[in-house]
Design a protein. Structure first.
Length: 297
């Protein structure tokens, strides 16, 4: 329920000098001594997706998305990273068209079990949050969450907890009227499976549930099932994504008695401090097939 950045990280590993009384056989042959493995790892990723779905909800009005980022990790288990994608302003980011995620945390394993704890900050440069309702923040749209996750072999379970208004959104009642209440404390639970079939093939599945505070009909469940194929490091993927989110645009016509929060317009903008929407709308939680090609390096 998705990201342009320049970043440089330099890492060096220093091997301890060999003791004079313990000669290295490799050095005796004139070959260089093997260097210790560096505790630092830096990787990047890039991908092209037919649509960007975040927690099952359309972020690009079902248009394609170019995505990418980088990850740094230390052998101690600590990590930081960044990920970016183009988005549609109509997905709740007035005047914005870019998502930038920054995250960091700690991972460790115990045999087949794994633990992951950290935080993530979603930021939409150029967007105008102030038009999203009374008491919305005056800067760009953002969202800050803490998370904790556990894994066992090919299964993982992760819980996210919102520290502020959920993507700068404020409360909305069943008539679509802003209440001014905050959406802090919204949470998302993600259960995923990724299974390696061998020969470069894999299958994956996911089910997640959002608990959105003080937004009428804001809670929903999303799910996904997909297949991947690794071709010389390029990952070709296809998946089907769907939700039970309330996004019927036909119900968001006055008088509104059953507000549908996931009916998105193709674009949103700020004009004289007020929200301006396009005349084109779509159910952002409807089922869709997504194909992609990506690579890590």
């Amino acid at each position: 329920m998705k990201k342009t950045l320049i970043a440089t990280l330099l890492a060096a590993a220093f091997a301890a000098p060999a003791l004079a009384q313990t000669p290295d056989p490799a050095q005796a042959d004139g070959a260089p001594a093997a260097a210790d493995a560096s505790p630092h790892t830096l990787t990047g990723n890039v991908g092209l997706f037919s649509s960007y779905r975040f927690r099952g909800i359309a972020q690009t009005y079902n248009d394609p998305a170019l995505q990418g980022g980088f990850d740094y990790s230390h052998s101690s288990g600590f990590y930081v990273g960044n990920w970016n994608s183009n988005v549609s302003s109509g997905a709740g980011f007035p005047d914005g068209n870019l998502e930038m995620d920054f995250y960091g945390g700690y991972k460790t394993t115990f045999g087949d079990f794994g633990l992951d704890v950290g935080g993530i900050y979603y930021y939409y440069p150029g967007s105008k949050a102030r038009v999203l309702g009374p008491n919305a923040n005056g800067g760009a749209v953002y969202n800050a969450e803490l998370y904790i996750g556990g894994s066992w072999k090919f299964l993982s379970l992760k819980y996210f907890y919102g520290l502020d208004n959920y993507f700068s959104l404020v409360g909305i009642d069943s008539t679509g009227t802003f209440t001014g209440k905050n959406t802090k404390g919204s949470s998302y639970l993600d259960l995923s499976a990724n299974y390696d079939l061998g020969d470069g093939w894999g299958v994956n599945a996911h089910v997640g549930t959002l608990n959105l505070q003080n937004v009428s009909n804001g809670d929903y469940t999303d799910w996904k099932i997909g297949v991947t194929k690794d071709i010389s490091g390029w990952i070709i993927a296809a998946s089907y994504i769907d939700t039970n989110a309330d996004g019927s645009c036909s119900k968001n016509v006055a008088p509104i008695t059953n507000y549908q929060p996931y009916c998105f317009s193709s674009s949103n903008s700020s004009s004289n401090g007020a929200l301006q929407t396009s005349s084109h709308f779509k159910n952002a939680g409807n089922g869709i097939a997504v194909v992609s090609v990506s690579k890590s390096f």
